[in-house]
Design a protein around this ligand. Structure first.
Ligand code: ZN
Length: 416
């Protein structure tokens, strides 16, 4: 099975390298803008857009122009990639069934980036990459790059440059070493509660940093745009965002690694993360501009964490021969796992679940109850009993009984 993965590292740059990277990004942007203007011109006079091949011919002509001499100093495949990206964006904009936004002109300082489809090299031992026409650049190496590198993208965020390496890995899917099935409830007071009663605390670094962030963003709003003070503040905010993202990702990687090793099947709620983050969509790419309120920020950071966690868990489980299952979250917080009674009243407070069925009175931590219900829903989905089972056995019992019934090896392929 081919698995795609991306690695991202911060490049260790000096002034000379930064200038070179900025030049490459600038030329890629210029080529994009020039090609976009060219295509718009054609559309204005009712001609169809030029194909990618046609655009590359134009590019060759541009390179010959005296005032565009600097284009020759940039690796041609990086420039062609700009044309490829534009052609793709135009194709998507004219897609009849699901048209996307028409491509726009790029401005300096907004997502500066460029990509090499080939010609680059990766040196795991020394933590460096070779970029054609630029040379070797070291990066902050946190792990080895595994697999077959397909392309490499250089991008700037704040004052830092990053490298993203997209790889494909062919992995033989083996049987998972464990046969445990576990349910998990993602939440706010606890990041993740598990049906074996373990839980993970939320990442507390946010508490400290998010206030700082909100304060800085308030200050930024008062500054004159693009003034020196504005720029300094903006750089500070970006640094903080990177710090938050790094800390968060380390934490998420630790949890997702542990879970994917210890459990063959992990069941979570389908959170429709994309929908939830809709209002703060800009935060990932362009932090700060779309997030006005502290509460919005809060939720955005949380949701980003959940989305990233699910992504990590899914591929790590797949690597280990396991599987992630996402279930409908309906009633998972309101259903009594002991007697099956469903009522909003069962959850009188955020923290505690207390069954209102008189003969039952089952009481437990609300997030733990959620994880039990999620697990039950997942088992039902797998055809392993589930919801109709009203007798609550201990989670360990349940795991044992299930592991005997489940033909794990064939499981991941059957359309669950
Ligand atoms: Zn009950």
């Amino acid at each position: 099975m081919i698995i795609r993965q991306a690695y991202k590292f911060r490049l260790k740059t000096n002034q000379t390298i930064s200038r070179k990277l900025a030049q490459f990004a600038g030329c890629s942007r210029l080529v994009w803008n020039k090609a976009l203007a060219f295509q718009k011109e054609r559309l204005n006079i009712k001609q169809s857009c030029l194909s990618y091949a046609g655009l590359t011919k134009e590019l060759t002509q541009w390179k010959k122009q005296e005032e565009l001499f600097f284009l020759k100093q940039v690796h041609s495949q990086a420039l062609q990639q700009s044309l490829k990206n534009l052609s793709q964006a135009l194709k998507e904009a004219f897609d009849q069934t699901n048209p996307k936004q028409f491509p726009r002109f790029k401005k300096k300082g907004q997502r500066d980036s460029f990509r090499y489809p080939q010609g680059f090299k990766i040196d795991n031992d020394n933590g460096r990459v070779f970029l054609p026409k630029i040379g070797w650049i070291r990066y902050n190496k946190s792990q080895d790059v595994l697999g077959d590198a397909k392309n490499i993208t250089i991008s700037k965020k704040g004052q830092y440059w990053f490298v993203s390496i997209q790889v494909e890995i062919d992995r033989e899917i083996s049987k998972h070493s464990s046969s445990s099935i576990i349910g998990g409830d993602l939440g706010i007071t606890r990041f993740l509660s598990l049906s074996n009663q373990k839980y993970y605390e939320p990442l507390n670094i946010f508490k400290k940093l998010k206030n700082q962030l909100a304060k800085l963003q308030k200050q930024l709003a008062k500054k004159e745009k693009f003034s020196n003070r504005w720029r300094r503040l903006k750089a500070k905010i970006t640094k903080l965002h990177i710090c938050i993202a790094n800390t968060r990702n380390d934490y998420l990687h630790k949890i997702s690694s542990t879970l994917s090793k210890n459990h063959a099947i992990v069941i979570l709620e389908n959170l429709k993360i994309a929908k939830m983050t809709g209002s703060a969509k800009g935060t990932g790419e362009n932090p700060g501009t779309n997030v006005k309120q502290k509460s919005g920020l809060n939720r955005a950071i949380l949701a980003q964490g959940w989305g990233e966690f699910i992504r990590q868990l899914e591929y790590k489980l797949a690597w280990n021969g396991g599987q992630l299952i996402q279930v409908n979250p309906k009633n998972t917080s309101r259903r009594c796992p002991k007697c099956g009674y469903i009522s909003a009243d069962n959850r009188k407070t955020q923290a505690t679940f207390c069954c209102q069925q008189k003969s039952c009175n089952y009481t437990a931590n609300a997030d733990y109850v959620g994880s039990l219900n999620i697990r039950e829903a997942g088992l039902a989905l797998l055809g392993l009993g589930g919801r109709r089972t009203r007798v609550l056995r201990s989670p360990q019992d349940r795991e044992m009984s299930v592991s005997l019934e489940l033909p794990l090896k064939s499981q991941p392929t059957d359309g669950v």
